[in-house]
Design a protein around this ligand. Sequence first.
Ligand code: OAD
Length: 236
Amino acid sequence: MKDRLERIVILTGAGISAESGVATFRGPGGLWEGHRVEDVATPEAFRHDPALVQRFYDLRRAALGTVAPNPAHMALARLDAEWPGELLLVTQNVDDLHERAGSRRLLHMHGALKSAWCLACDGRFPHAGPLAGWPPCPGCGARGRLRPDIVWFGEMPYHMPRIHDALLMADLFVSIGTSGNVYPAAGFVDIARESGARTLELNLDPSMTSDRFAESRLGPAGSLVPEFVEDLLRRR
Ligand code: OAD
């Protein structure tokens, strides 16, 4: 295992936003419960019933206005501001709570609710309102071609080469609030561990990948993450 502690990669999932009131995907009250994944989160679903898919994401986008970053998001933003070494925060979440907390060194590997992708010109644009009314593309003006800029099942997550490079170089990999069900994110721990990084999981319950981490701490992110950040900055 590497002795130095300079380069950190942090992966977050739905669990980090749970205490902000954003529903997680799996488990009681999970978002997929009311909808079959294939009905709302696949390219086939969008071809088959675009209005349903647009409404589903319009509701989730609108709901962002009712939630706020919690102490876990704030602690990671503090780490971003104060950590002098390399840091990369990779989120599977499509909410905007990390950026609203102030995180800058951030990649959204599954896309973002507040972004729209034009299938006519291939441009991606900040977008805050609904898409169900098929607004024109702000880039090329095409109508009826803007889709949510979300990575659906069967599509390639974003930024993979950059994330892979960061994992290979990482001294510490931390996974927060993710169930470890969805690849490639669920495999990040293996890449980091095989490259000699320390690995730490912070999650409410044991995840599918807990046994692949050197250390697992169980509890709510709103308490565990601020403690972890405080400790890391003190030992810096
Ligand atoms: P999941 O809903 O699968 O898992 C959420 C995890 O967070 C679970 O392991 C919970 O135990 C944990 N959790 C819940 N509340 C928590 C809290 N307060 N503090 C800490 N942990 C808590 O969500 P993800 O793992 O993020 O992909 O799901 C991964 C991907 O599956 C999503 O990005 C999405 C979905 O399909 C796409 O949309 C492509």
